[in-house]
Design a protein around this ligand. Structure first.
Ligand code: FUL
Length: 477
């Protein structure tokens, strides 16, 4: 008797629940490689080379290879500190503007093979790639397009040289996750002894589509960073700060690396942009990109790094933090201390998600597969969505008892495109709703720091969106 009643209720329930199709993607959408890149959130940049030994930021290109001689170089130390601090990838300056190569390139004498380090037998790119592999960090390559050492810089022969080096690197050190193309081009340099100013046409000289095509043939998954993408864009400053409004899309048609006046566009993106090219926030832990002993006391504090984290990762971007090894070839003690302090702060501030599996309801949802329960289930693949004709909606979390909170963290389900244009968060205080924070875009992750609030419920209001909102999680700390 009991069994048939259960069966009848099941049949009744099944018939009354309509299966609703998921929302259609809104274009542009990220590729799988870009999605994996977004999830990395924290990556390290490592500037190391000739400049470390000349105390300069930009070498002229006439430096003797001999001076590259770290006394106790140990990439395993870099990688283990980075891992402990929660970094997921490392991008190494295999060649900076001075042209000195950290691997024994067969195309130039200006490399580690003519240095005193390991009697010219060392290969730092290999050592770093290997240390990353062993620790489970992804490895990335920076190869400066501008080369102040090379004789042929400015002519087509240099492009052949540059492409040969890319082929050499991508073949010898596989599984590169990101390739970093620097837009900087200062003009003057050694250039094989000519010591002159060479200007190039930034838009056409490197013929990027052909250069990138060649690399993609060797490694189809690599993410290309440059001012204008095509996979990841520069954020428009070197402070590690992306716009409060941060669209992952821009229209790259007329953009190229080094084009003047595009900083604001790169910083905020464009709601109607045609391509998914998210911003990456590069910043150094010290004032300079390379190590200078005089900056040992100027290492950013854990609090400063945390603030940058909120303004980069917390606005849907990736933080690329440069940590330059010193002349020993080690991360300096002050940098290590700061990195580990930064991790401690992150762990403390985001310790317990008070919204996890909390009571939640929404004013609207799209069929029963897309209810607000999906926002607090800890599963990044489930999401709350509304019907297609709605571009607003709200959901409310009831904590049962009073909680103290400082942050709300929201994640849009960006696989289906970026949609949210503005939203606000309210808390129930003194028997009424009080707005505690608001923002424009949401994207991969939006962290909103609030003044400390004591409340037993909060409400998130999606105020405008390009099309129906699709959100995968809400967290409260
Ligand atoms: C700039 C370069 O000129 C700096 O030296 C540094 O490499 C930074 C990340 O990019 O454009």
């Amino acid at each position: 008797m009991k069994l048939s009643f259960t069966l009848i209720s099941f049949l009744f329930f099944s018939c009354t629940q309509k299966k609703v199709a998921p929302p259609l993607p809104v274009l542009p959408t990220p590729t799988d490689a870009q999605l994996a890149w977004h999830d990395m959130e924290l990556n390290a940049f490592v500037h190391f080379g000739i400049n470390t030994f000349t105390d300069k930021e930009w070498g002229y290109g006439d430096e003797s290879e001999k001076i590259f001689n770290p006394t106790s170089c140990n990439p395993t130390q870099w990688v283990s500190v980075l891992k402990e601090a929660g970094f997921k990838g490392l991008i190494l300056t295999c060649k900076h503007h001075d042209g000195f190569c950290l691997w024994p390139s067969q195309y130039t004498a200006h490399s580690v093979k003519n240095s005193l380090w390991k009697n010219g037998k060392g290969d730092l790119v290999r050592e770093v790639a290997e240390a990353c592999r062993q620790a489970g960090l992804k490895f990335g390559i920076y190869l400066s397009p501008w080369d102040r050492n090379h004789n042929n810089y400015g002519s087509p022969a240099y492009i052949a040289y540059y492409r040969n080096q890319l082929k050499e690197l991508f073949t010898a050190y596989p599984n590169v996750f990101e390739m970093w193309f620097d837009g900087a081009n200062g003009g003057d340099g050694f250039y094989g002894g000519k010591r002159e100013v060479r200007k190039i046409d930034g838009q056409h000289y490197y013929d990027w589509p052909a250069t990138l095509g060649l690399v993609k043939k060797i490694d189809p998954h690599v993410i290309f960073f440059s001012d204008a993408g095509p996979d990841v864009r520069w954020v428009g400053n070197e402070k590690g700060i992306v716009g409060e409004t941060n669209w992952n899309s821009i229209t790259p048609d007329t953009l190229y690396a080094g084009k003047p006046g595009i900083e604001k566009l790169l910083n905020e993106g464009n709601e109607t942009g045609t391509s998914w090219i998210p911003a990456e926030c590069d910043v150094s832990i010290r004032p300079g990109w390379f190590y200078h002993a005089r900056e040992d006391s100027l290492v950013k504090t854990p609090e400063q790094l945390f603030d940058i984290y909120l303004k980069s990762v917390g606005r849907g971007s990736v933080m690329l933090l440069n940590v330059p090894p010193d002349r020993r070839g080690l991360f300096h003690e002050n940098d290590v201390k700061s990195l580990l302090g930064f991790r401690k702060l992150l762990n403390e501030e985001f310790k317990t998600d008070l919204a996890f599996r909390a009571k939640i309801k929404s004013d609207a949802h799209r069929g029963n597969d897309y209810t607000s329960d999906n926002l607090v289930d800890g599963n990044p693949e489930t999401y709350w969505a509304t019907d297609d004709d709605r571009t607003t909606g709200s959901f409310e979390i009831d904590f049962d008892e009073k909680i103290k909170m400082n942050y709300v963290v929201l994640k849009e389900y960006i696989k289906l495109g970026q949609r949210i244009k503005s939203f606000s968060v309210e808390a129930w205080v003194n028997d009424g709703w009080k707005k505690i924070t608001s923002a424009t875009t949401m994207g991969h992750k939006r962290i909103l720091k609030t003044d400390p609030v004591e409340t037993n419920k909060i409400r998130v209001n999606i105020l405008s969106a390009r099309t129906c909102p699709v959100i995968s999680s809400v967290e409260v700390y």
